[in-house]
Write a protein that binds this ligand. Structure first.
Ligand SMILES: O=P(O)(O)OC[C@H]1O[C@H](OP(=O)(O)OP(=O)(O)O)[C@H](O)[C@@H]1O
Ligand SMILES: O=c1cc[nH]c(=O)[nH]1
Ligand SMILES: [Mg+2]
Length: 212
C-alpha cells in the first residue's frame, strides 16, 4: 500500500515553468496540449515512485547480473474524461504496458455536480495499482465521484494525479477518500463563484481541444 503523503506538491522548476506557459491565456491549443503531455511525464515520475520492483538475471557484455526491473504487478491508468486524456497520453509513453480505463464525467455548470456518461476499466481492479488522472481538482466533486466508481469496481490501491488543485478540492478529497494520495503541480488560491480555480488556467478541456 502507498507510502505517499496525502498531498504531494511537485515544485520542480521544469514543471513550474511549463505550468506558467499553460496558464497564459495567449498559449495556443497545440502548445497547451504539448506542454500538458510533457508535464504529465514529469508528474508520472513522482506518482510512480512506489511501483514494486523485482530483479531478473541478465548478461551484460561483461558478466551476469541480477538487475532491477518493474515487478509484473498490474498498473491501471484511469483517465477522467475529457481532460484526463491530456495527462494519460504522456504517461502511456513512459509506461506503455499499463492497462487503461476511462471514467466519463462532465460537471454540470449550474449545480457543479458531476454527470456520468461512461465507465470502462480493466479487469482485476482489486489487484492493481490504480492511478486516476484529471488535470483539474476544483470542487473535488468529479474526482470524488470517479474514485467512488473505481472503488465500486474493486480498486483498493488508488492515487490521484492532477495539474492544478484548489484548497477546497483537496479538503473535499481528503474527507471523502483519505486513503487516496494526491500529486499536483500547484495548489492555487481559491475557487470563484462558478467553481473555477483562481488563478487557474481556465477550462482545461476547452483549452486542450479548442472547444468553447
Ligand atoms: O472538481 P470539479 O469541480 O468537479 O471540477 C473539475 C472537473 O471539471 C473539468 O471537467 P469538465 O466537467 O469541464 O469536463 P471535460 O473534461 O469534458 O471538459 C475537469 O477536467 C474535472 O473533471
Ligand atoms: O478551473 C476549472 C475548474 C473546473 N474545470 C476546469 O477545467 N477548470
Ligand atoms: Mg471542461
Amino acid at each position: 500500500m502507498t507510502q505517499l503523503p496525502h498531498l504531494t506538491h511537485v515544485t520542480h522548476p521544469l514543471v513550474q515553468h511549463k505550468l506558467t506557459l499553460m496558464r497564459d491565456q495567449d498559449t495556443p491549443t497545440a502548445v497547451f496540449r504539448q506542454l500538458l503531455r510533457e508535464i504529465s511525464q514529469l508528474l508520472a515520475y513522482e506518482i510512480t515512485r512506489e511501483l514494486p520492483m523485482t530483479t531478473k538475471s541478465i548478461t551484460t557484455p561483461m558478466e551476469e547480473m541480477e538487475a532491477p526491473t518493474l515487478e509484473g504487478r498490474k498498473l491501471a491508468l484511469i483517465s477522467i474524461l475529457r481532460a484526463g486524456n491530456g495527462l494519460l497520453d504522456g504517461m502511456l509513453e513512459l509506461i506503455p504496458s499499463a492497462r487503461v480505463g476511462f471514467v466519463g464525467l462532465y460537471r454540470d455548470e449550474d449545480t457543479l455536480e458531476p454527470v456520468q456518461y461512461y465507465f470502462k476499466v480493466p479487469d482485476h481492479m482489486s489487484e492493481r495499482m490504480v492511478i486516476a488522472v484529471d488535470p483539474m481538482l476544483a470542487t473535488g466533486n468529479s474526482s470524488i465521484a470517479a474514485i467512488d466508481l473505481l472503488k465500486k469496481s474493486g480498486a483498493k490501491d488508488i492515487r490521484f494525479l492532477c495539474l492544478l488543485a484548489s484548497p477546497e478540492g483537496i479538503a473535499a478529497m481528503k474527507a471523502a477518500h483519505p486513503d487516496v494520495p494526491i500529486v499536483t503541480a500547484a495548489v492555487d488560491s481559491h475557487l470563484n463563484d462558478h467553481g473555477y480555480i483562481v488563478p487557474g488556467l481556465g477550462d482545461a478541456g476547452d483549452r486542450m481541444f479548442g472547444t468553447k
